[in-house]
Write a protein of this length. Sequence first.
Length: 136
Amino acid sequence: MTNRELIQRALEAQKMAYVPYSEFPVGAAVLTTSGKVYTGCNIENASFGATNCAERTALFKAISEGEKEFDIIAIVGDPKAFTAPCGICRQVLVEFGLEIKVILAKSVEQYKEYTMEEILPLSFTPKDLENKGGSA
């Protein structure tokens, strides 16, 4: 799957967003290493803490279907600016690897590509738990 095709899937997911409060729809599409694509949109709630971001919606759908290895996630939001994942979404993404590619797109023609390591430097990962009883 090309970057443009993945971005297109994120744009389609964006149309499904439930955003009565922010009026800021976001779409995401994640490509697994097995070649499957899972999409997600942001889903808001009057109790703001219950809101879920598009990135986590896509990831959680994939994980609930048994996928745990991801190659790329494409994220679309504001068509005039690149919309980056929030801190919580970055932490959820990095759980599955620093090498995951993150595409921030305004459109299928305009996008930037990063790795999780680039967008979440000095991250806390499962590797940090290997020395649970170690010294600081």
